[in-house]
Design a protein around this ligand. Structure first.
Ligand SMILES: [Zn+2]
Length: 250
C-alpha cells in the first residue's frame, strides 16, 4: 500500500521481537495536529492545547515525547513515522501476556479520531479500509496471528479508553485481521466464577490476578473487554453475556 513518510525522531531500540500490534485513536482535532505532536522532539503544552490539559498548565511546560509507527488519517492516508524495526513510544505504562514494556514488542498504529474528548466521532470507511490493509501487511510481514492485534485500552485498562467503543473490531475480524467471539454456551455460575473469569482474562492477555473477588484491576479489564466485544454495555459487571464472550475467546 502507499505509505507517506513523516519520520519522527522519537524512538529507540527494541529489546525483544515484535509479536503484538496496538491500535489507538489519536484523541486530537485532526491527523495533522497528531502528526505534529508525534514527530515533535521537544513538545510544549502551549503548542497542543486541548481538553486533556489543565487550563493552568504553563505554555512552556514540556510534554512527554511520543510517537507511533503509523498514523492513519481520516481520509485513509497512511503515514509512517517510525520504522517497524525500532521501538516507538505509544503504549506507555502497559502490560500484555504478563509482561510490561509493550512498546518493545509492539507495532503502534494511531488512527486519527477525536475520541472521547471530542464526542466519540465515527471512524471513516476510508480509514478503516486503510487500517485493514495495513494490518494485513504487518501480520504477513511478521507472521503474526489476528489475535495479536489489540487495543491500547487492552494493554492499559486502568488508564486508557482508546481506540474506543466506536471502533469496528468485528469488521476487522471479518477481514481476517482481528478476532471476534462466537458464543457457544454460558458457563455455570458456581462459587469460583469470579476467579475463573480472572484466569480467563489473564489467559487472554490482561494484567489480572485471580483474587476471587471483583477488584479494581478486574473491573478495569472487564470494561476494556466489553468496550471491544460488547460495546453496547460497558459497566465492568461479570454478567452472563460477558462470561459467555470470555469463554468463547479462551
Ligand atoms: Zn493510545
Amino acid at each position: 500500500m502507499k505509505v507517506i513518510d513523516r519520520l519522527s525522531p522519537n524512538y529507540d531500540a527494541r529489546t525483544r521481537p515484535i509479536d503484538l500490534v496496538v491500535l489507538h485513536y489519536t484523541g486530537m482535532q485532526s491527523a495533522q495536529i497528531a502528526l505534529a505532536r508525534l514527530t515533535d522532539p521537544a513538545p510544549l503544552a502551549g503548542k497542543y492545547p486541548g481538553p486533556w490539559q489543565n487550563e493552568d498548565v504553563a505554555p512552556d511546560a514540556p510534554l512527554g515525547k511520543v510517537s507511533a509507527h503509523y498514523v492513519v488519517g481520516e481520509d485513509g492516508a497512511v503515514y509512517r513515522l517510525v520504522a517497524e524495526e525500532h521501538r516507538a513510544w505509544h503504549a506507555g505504562a502497559s502490560s500484555w501476556d504478563g509482561e510490561g514494556d509493550v512498546n518493545s514488542r509492539a507495532i503502534g498504529i494511531e488512527i486519527a479520531n477525536g475520541g472521547h474528548d471530542f464526542g466519540l466521532p465515527e471512524f471513516t470507511d476510508a480509514q478503516i479500509e486503510a487500517v485493514i490493509t495495513l494490518l494485513g501487511e504487518i501480520l504477513d510481514r511478521w507472521s503474526l496471528k489476528p489475535a495479536r492485534v489489540v487495543g491500547h485500552s487492552d494493554v492499559a485498562p486502568e488508564r486508557k479508553l482508546d481506540p474506543g467503543e466506536k471502533f469496528p473490531w468485528r469488521r476487522l475480524a471479518e477481514a481476517g485481521v482481528s478476532i471476534w467471539p462466537e458464543i457457544i454456551e454460558t458457563p455455570p455460575r458456581d462459587e469460583e466464577y469470579v476467579a475463573h473469569a480472572q484466569q480467563q482474562l489473564a489467559a487472554f492477555g490482561y494484567d489480572v490476578r485471580a483474587t476471587g473477588f471483583a477488584d479494581a484491576e478486574t473491573k478495569a479489564a472487564l470494561m476494556a473487554f466489553q468496550r471491544r466485544f460488547r460495546p453496547g454495555q460497558i459497566d465492568g459487571v461479570l454478567d452472563d453475556e460477558t462470561r459467555a464472550l470470555l469463554a468463547a475467546l479462551t
